[in-house]
Design a protein around this ligand. Structure first.
Ligand code: PLP
Length: 413
């Protein structure tokens, strides 16, 4: 997608708007599959929570992907996108036994991440095979809020509790067909990842019904110019070698699974917003846009960096700006950014807006969530309408409390 394509989308669908490039999603998917081409059985399960529009899920389906889900609702969206239940894995954390059983009834692969649920689920459903989420206690990933494999993490069952897992499996007669880890986002050190993988291989030897080993995700994508990203080609080479050797040792071919979210969709997404106000203060020049952290919360939530371009004036002189949103509290997308000169009415483009952007959007400040557009083979396709006032009030219920319903009373007081 080039600048004028993006400008045309903003013109046609208004601003703010999310745009996703199907070609980039496809090439990332293919990059990962080709990095692991020497694994006999490879399964990529796209992590739905990154970007859950059903059109995106259908695109993933057409590429041959499975799905990684964390709620019953994500499973339902996956089924809407024509995924077979067996191509969906359910990897929740801290959800109720009832929800897990409801998902299991649909035929979806269950991944269990605590001993209490494992014991209850196994006792009630000994015939349903489960995957077990292991916490290898390896610290991978940059930001402590998104690093989930370390010792204090709430995720997974500790490797030190394997004997307890085995006791539950034996006593319930349940079958463990997969083991899983997800050590966190933004993995840069492949050796650390491989070290965690060794722990998983060691664990795998305990489970004779094993069909797959799921290595989670956490592939880092570039955000800034010159950012390093996970070298998936090198990881592919090294892990493939180790995995194939392990299968031989284990005595049969297992499936190697991953569940990438960000890697597949982050760079495919663009968020377009219009500059409402340019405000010169004593310390900086603010460009205030027609959006805020209600639409893209990552910079405020975990300090993530999104490159910002002025696509209305790509050849303009570069100046320093702070890009801010309209939410009535601190709402900064980027400070001290060198951007081509901005005029009111210009369209700014935020990069890396595919993962955890729309899916984290809210109606805060009673604003509408923006529309989503899929750019496919040179054409823009609307895949979600922008909200209207009706969406904000749809679920409101007027209580039968005369005191607050009677305008006259309020006036008298
Ligand atoms: C969020 C999540 C993912 C996806 O992580 P990315 O960093 O977006 O690739 C994968 N697996 C599980 C269990 C997750 O919770």
């Amino acid at each position: 997608m080039n600048n004028s394509d993006l400008l045309n989308v903003a013109k046609e669908f208004g601003s703010p708007v999310y745009v996703y490039d199907s070609e980039k999603i496809t090439s990332q998917y293919q990059r990962l599959t080709s990095a692991f081409k020497n694994v006999k059985n490879l399964k990529l399960n796209y992590a739905v929570k990154a970007l859950s529009n059903v059109a995106i899920l259908k695109l993933m389906n057409s590429l041959g992907s499975g799905l990684d889900t964390v709620s019953l609702q994500e499973v339902q969206l996956g089924l809407m996108a024509d995924f077979k239940p067996e191509d969906i894995i359910f990897t929740p954390n801290g959800v109720s036994l009832e929800e897990i059983e409801e998902v299991a009834k649909l035929g979806v692969q269950i991944n269990i991440d605590n001993l209490s649920i494992l014991e209850q689920f196994g006792a009630r459903n000994p015939k349903i095979p489960v995957c077990i989420r292991i916490n290898p206690h390896v610290m991978a990933g940059g930001n402590s809020n998104i690093s989930v494999g370390h010792i204090d993490s709430k995720f997974g069952i500790s490797i030190h509790q394997i004997p307890h897992i085995l006791r539950i499996v034996e006593n319930t007669g349940m079958r463990v067909n997969g083991i899983h880890m997800h050590t966190g986002s933004d993995i840069l050190d492949i050796e650390v990842f491989l070290y965690a993988s060794e722990i998983l291989f060691e664990t795998a030897k305990n489970f004779h019904d094993l069909e797959f080993i799921d290595f989670g995700s956490g592939f880092k994508v570039p955000y800034k110019e010159g950012d390093i990203e996970t070298n998936v080609e090198e990881l592919g080479k090294k892990l493939t070698k180790r995995f194939n050797a392990f299968c031989k040792e284990f005595g049969r071919d297992l499936t190697l699974a991953f569940e990438p979210g960000k890697f597949l969709v982050s760079e495919a997404g663009f968020f377009l917003a219009k500059v409402n106000v340019v405000k010169q203060t004593t310390s900086t020049v603010f460009a205030g846009i027609d959006s805020g952290f209600n639409h893209l919360i990552r910079p405020m939530l975990y300090n993530s960096y999104h490159r910002i371009y002025n696509i209305s004036n790509p050849k303009g002189k570069e100046r320093f700006y702070s890009i801010v949103g309209y939410i009535c509290e601190t709402d900064t997308f980027g400070s001290n950014r060198r951007i081509n000169e901005i005029s009111e009415g210009d369209i700014l483009c935020f990069k890396n807006a595919g993962a955890y952007c729309f899916s984290m959007a809210s109606n805060y400040n009673s604003r509408f969530r923006p529309p989503e557009v899929l750019w496919h083979q040179g054409k823009a396709h609307l895949i979600r309408k922008g909200e209207t006032f009706n969406d904000l009030i749809n679920n409101l219920v007027e209580p039968d409390i005369p005191e607050i319903n009677k305008k006259e009373l309020v006036k008298e007081a």
